[in-house]
Design a protein around this ligand. Structure first.
Ligand SMILES: Nc1ncnc2c1ncn2[C@@H]1O[C@H](COP(=O)(O)OP(=O)(O)OP(=O)(O)O)[C@@H](O)[C@H]1O
Ligand SMILES: [Mg+2]
Length: 398
């Protein structure tokens, strides 16, 4: 849906001078600085899928806001380009660009001004006025947007009756009035207290689930990034340091900088069953000979085997006892030695929700995908390892 290609932005130099300075190659950051410019964004590329919640994370000054402003060309890139649905934003006519900014891409910022003497409904409708939408239609759309952010009944109130969180909702509603395809949000919740912030995050996730907006969300808070982001791009000094899902970044931080960042995160909420599982030592298919499966089990350290049906789903668990009984009776398949002594969780379950389920059976906890197919197991020791490495990180910081 949105593709950023090699975006680079130099401030405080003429475009021609900036481009010449960038030719310095790997030394360009210094060359720009020496020429008196600021290399705010340095060769950043990424693409955002339709319906994705894409997070850009980094410390103050890392270039996050500059990147998102280049997406709708509020900032003109020094080099590089942005494609919106395959169309080069740099090649758009002023009229197309206005359409993009006014209708297809909504923006929400950390601080934005509500008009104190206008009702919340009028505030939400504000952006539509400049677009020449008739008053009645403006208010209708404002009401619908207020509904979407949970303020449906409050349109007649005035902003000073609202808490910070509610005001921020009005800002979100304002961006939603045009029913944009894409929402760009620049640290929208940073000024809110932790509880309000949390509930705004929930609301945003709900909104995205219900309306499938494509969202680009800027934050410097890693926990927020992890909670919200389908994928997260970590920036530092204008460059992309890492791009991946939350669990990927936690499990394999690209460098010391990201590692320091992620060591403060509550891993038990970020790591999913998929991130900590390993393949089972022994599995068997329903039609197999019990004696053969027993032989495999005895050669391994496993205390039971998950038996899968032809569709990959778990048919049950076969223990050595059941298998030897079946073998003694010369059974031809595993049908008769299956027990139900196991627990399975979906692969996207966070650690905090399944750690108490490990260790309860002879076989480790099973992990299944969306189609209920067995994709891995989590023995108790792996949970302890995952939590212990988090504790280790914390003590390094203490
Ligand atoms: N209009 C501008 N003119 C000159 N320099 C700028 C301009 N806008 C940003 N910069 C500089 O570019 C760099 C990146 O700024 P940017 O605002 O994109 O960072 P950010 O990651 O959004 O930071 P924050 O978290 O503080 O909002 C900084 O060094 C900043 O001072
Ligand atoms: Mg910023």
């Amino acid at each position: 849906m949105i593709e950023a290609r090699h975006l680079t932005k130099v401030f405080d130099l003429s475009p021609a001078r900036a481009r010449r300075t960038l030719d310095a190659g790997p030394d360009r950051a210094r060359a720009v600085r020496e020429a008196g410019g600021v290399l705010a964004v340095d060769d950043v590329s990424f693409s955002v899928e339709r319906g994705e919640l894409f997070v850009i994370m980094g410390l103050s000054g890392s270039g996050k806001s500059t990147v998102i402003r280049m997406i709708n060309r509020l900032v003109v890139p020094t080099t590089g380009s942005v494609l919106y649905d395959g169309t080069d934003v740099g090649g758009m006519t002023p009229r197309q660009l206005r359409g993009l900014r006014n209708e297809r891409v909504g923006m929400v910022f950390q601080h934005f001004a509500l008009f104190p003497h206008r009702t919340v409904r009028e505030n939400a409708a504000y952006g539509l006025k400049a677009r020449g939408v008739p008053r009645r239609e403006r208010l209708r759309r404002a009401d619908r947007a207020l509904e979407q952010v949970g303020l449906g009944q409050r349109g007649g109130a005035y902003p000073d009756e609202f808490s910070g969180g509610m005001q921020q909702r009005v800002g979100l509603a304002r961006a939603l009035t045009t029913d944009p395809d894409v929402l760009i949000m620049d640290e929208p919740f940073s000024a809110l207290d932790p509880l309000t912030r949390r509930s705004m995050q929930e609301q945003l996730l709900e909104l995205q689930r219900d309306f499938r907006k494509t969202i680009i969300f800027v934050t410097h808070d890693l926990n927020e990034a992890m909670r919200l982001g389908d994928r997260i791009m970590v920036m530092r000094d204008g460059r992309t340091i890492q791009l991946g899902t939350g669990p990927e970044i936690i499990a394999r931080p690209a460098d010391g900088y990201v590692h320091d960042f992620v060591s403060d995160v509550d891993r038990t909420r970020v790591l999913t069953a998929a991130a900590v599982m390993r393949p089972p030592w022994v599995t068997a298919a329903l039609g197999e000979d019990p004696a053969a499966v027993l032989a495999r089990l005895e050669r391994s350290r496993a205390r039971g085997a998950y038996v899968t049906a032809p569709d990959g789903g778990i048919a049950g668990v076969a223990t050595p006892e059941a298998l030897s009984a079946a073998a003694a009776e010369r059974r031809a398949d595993l049908e008769h030695c299956l027990g139900g002594d196991y627990t399975a969780v979906p692969d996207d379950t966070p650690l905090v929700e399944f750690c108490h389920l490990t260790g309860g059976h002879a076989v480790p906890l099973a992990v299944v995908d969306r189609d209920k197919r067995l994709v891995g197991v989590v023995p108790r020791a792996r949970v302890l390892d995952a939590i212990a490495s988090a504790a280790e990180d914390r003590s390094e910081h203490a």
